[in-house]
Design a binder for this molecule. Sequence first.
Ligand SMILES: [Zn+2]
Length: 169
Amino acid sequence: MNDAQRIAKVGAYLARATRWHCPVCGRTPIFPRVATIRRVVDWFMPLDGCPRCGYAFEREPGYFLMAMWALNSGFASLLGLIVYFALEMAFDLSPLAQVGLAAMAIAGFNVLFARHAKAYFIAVDHLLDPHDRGGGDDRGNQRLRPRPQAPGPGRPDAPEPCETVPSVR
Ligand SMILES: [Zn+2]
């Protein structure tokens, strides 16, 4: 893979994340559609995985912690600082009003950007550590791996079954 192909791959993953779509196939939505949302928490929760390609969106418990901390809160804090200092320079408001408006901007941004933060995190994670690579024992690597099968006719390359160990008395 040359540099142009790598750049195109990164661009494709980020474009899919911007549309909240699966990073692998680019077609299945990561989140429930807005029209089907019944609870507030549905806005923030991704689906289990992609039914088209089997990609697990949440690979393990706490998987999106970094997405929320680094991406969502990081960008929201940056936005809050920008809003605060823009108000400081442009208007003659009290510090309390400036902080209040900046906090409102942060809260709104956190809600609106939460899905993007998770989608970008999934895309970057898939770019750097795709599920079907390596022999890791995390749950995400199990979805695309075929189950070991006992050797038999037509399966000469299947792994040997484990030996049974007699019980110790
Ligand atoms: Zn998919």
